[in-house]
Design a protein around this ligand. Structure first.
Ligand SMILES: Cc1cc2nc3c(=O)[nH]c(=O)nc-3n(C[C@H](O)[C@H](O)[C@H](O)COP(=O)(O)OP(=O)(O)OC[C@H]3O[C@@H](n4cnc5c(N)ncnc54)[C@H](O)[C@@H]3O)c2cc1C
Length: 310
């Protein structure tokens, strides 16, 4: 069989892609990881990780990423910084098109992650990591005995508000409608929680502060009335967007754009695997991303072994 440039190309340099890279490079597959400069790994956005096993004192996202990278490089994983624009099948190989060139490989592992939907209001970007958060499980504990705001009305927002009530003194749930979209059981738990107050029919207009968040301005969509809510944190929980737009039309995605895989991380396309937050699954955390990455790598290894033996 022709010796292609790469056995496997991994798209995405977060925990899922790097974990896959550690396994494929260690299995002596010629492996390249392509990472976009336009999107950050979600891990790079978090200051302190306390729930990743092996780091009892906690670790910063950037230092954990650096460790994953060093380990992968030491096993021979190659890196390229570019934005992948599309993939195309040609005979028994894949073409991966980036902004500056086209790569060839026998297999692909897609680990492009998600990005949180943003409110798009003044102060949101400025205070991200300094009071504005997109992950309650990750950052909730930092707001012990503080007043905080959760924005959203779906299952995730309600779950996050309930979860945050373990730490925070008072939680304001700002929701743009007069009823919640969350499931009934969650609504019941929310409504019976004395620490949570719902601000109905309202949207956040601005997040204000100096060094960190100090208050938000909200507007009632029915009465048009404006009010200020003093708070130290704002959890934006209005959903996520998988970074899978470039694979639309070729890869099997669900209605929200998440990649559909089986338990071996196989997609609907031959030789294409996916892992991490961008795939359809119940829990999006570092520990599940690295686990997916390992499974995707082993499935890839088996696929390539079979392909080369034909
Ligand atoms: C603020 C915050 C705090 C968090 N804290 C924790 C925590 O404490 N504990 C925990 O377990 N989890 C935490 N998480 C969740 C965790 O970060 C994610 O579950 C994890 O990063 C998912 O890994 P991933 O590799 O699937 O995706 P990501 O880490 O998001 O990586 C995706 C990669 O794909 C690349 N990419 C995207 N599109 C393209 C493209 N077209 N071409 C090339 N490359 C592309 C990006 O550049 C990036 O390298 C947190 C998330 C956030 C936002």
């Amino acid at each position: 069989m022709k010796d292609f440039l790469y056995d496997v190309i991994i798209i995405g340099g977060g925990p899922a892609g790097l974990s896959a890279g550690i396994y494929t490079a260690r299995a002596r597959l010629k492996s390249l990881l392509i990472e976009s400069e336009n999107f950050f790994s979600q891990l790079a956005l978090t200051d302190r990780i306390e729930n990743y096993p092996g780091f009892p004192e906690g670790v910063t996202g950037s230092s954990l990423l650096e460790r994953f990278k060093r380990q992968a490089k030491d096993f021979g994983l190659e890196f390229s910084s570019s934005n992948v624009k599309g993939i195309k099948r040609e005979e028994n190989k894949w073409l991966i098109e980036t902004e500056d060139r086209v790569y060839e490989s026998l297999a692909i592992i897609i680990a492009v992650g998600v990005r949180p939907k943003r409110l798009g209001v003044k102060g949101e970007t400025e205070f991200t990591g300094r009071g504005v958060s997109f992950c309650a499980i990750c950052d909730g504990i930092l707001f012990k005995d503080r007043d905080i705001v959760v924005v959203g009305g779906g299952d995730t927002a309600v779950e996050e508000a309930i979860f945050l009530s373990r730490f925070a003194k008072k939680i304001y749930l700002v929701h743009r409608r007069d009823s919640l979209r969350a499931t009934k059981i969650l609504q019941e738990r929310l409504l019976s929680n004395e620490r949570i107050e719902i601000i109905w029919d309202s949207v956040v207009e601005e997040i204000c502060g100096k060094k960190g968040v100090e208050k938000i301005k909200v507007r009632n969509l029915k009465t048009k009335e404006e009010r200020e809510i003093p708070c130290s944190g704002v959890f934006v929980s209005i959903g996520f967007i998988p970074n899978t737009e470039v694979f639309k039309g070729i890869l099997g995605l669900d209605s929200e754009g998440y990649i559909i895989t089986d338990e071996n991380m196989k997609t609907n396309l031959e030789g294409v695997f996916s892992c991490g937050d961008c795939r359809l699954k119940p829990l999006r955390q570092i520990v599940t991303a690295v686990s997916d990455g390992a499974v995707a790598a082993v499935s890839t290894e088996k696929y390539i072994e079979e392909l080369k033996s034909v």
